[in-house]
Design a protein around this ligand. Structure first.
Ligand SMILES: [Zn+2]
Length: 131
């Protein structure tokens, strides 16, 4: 079993929780799939980051539909990971506020983690344009 996960450049970047993986009965193929999810997550987050941080893209409304689709892809990727871990699909356990560029209140949302409530900021370039 290989618990280390490489990024798209072949560098070891992440490590899957071995203890939890054993507890959940994950197989090597599950670990490969999780690695794919990690790389997908990074790729989506980098794309969101580049869109919201580019100065000429301050007019968020122009990019609302792109960011909305990237957010949907991000959420679906989180659901896939939950399924691989054999947890149910549950957005209450997503940490969307960790997406680079998100300006929603981090500490409040960390407190709300595991509940269906979240706090969003209208000034957030990721979430501010409407969810
Ligand atoms: Zn946000």
């Amino acid at each position: 079993m290989e618990y280390k996960v490489k990024d798209k450049n072949g560098k070891v970047r992440w490590e899957i929780n071995e203890e939890l993986a054993k507890e959940r009965g994950l197989k090597q193929t599950d670990l490969f799939d999780l690695g794919e999810c990690y790389r997908t997550k990074e790729s989506i987050e980098q794309t969101i980051k580049s869109i919201v941080s580019f100065p000429s893209r301050n007019d968020r409304t122009r990019f609302n539909s792109i960011i909305q689709k990237l957010l949907e892809a991000w959420r679906e990727n989180e659901f896939v990971m939950q399924e691989i871990w054999k947890f149910g699909r549950n957005k209450d356990f997503h940490r969307e506020y960790t997406i680079p560029g998100c300006k929603c209140p981090k500490l409040d949302n960390e407190d709300l983690y595991g509940t269906s409530n979240r706090m969003y900021s209208g000034a957030c370039p990721v979430h501010g344009g409407g969810l």
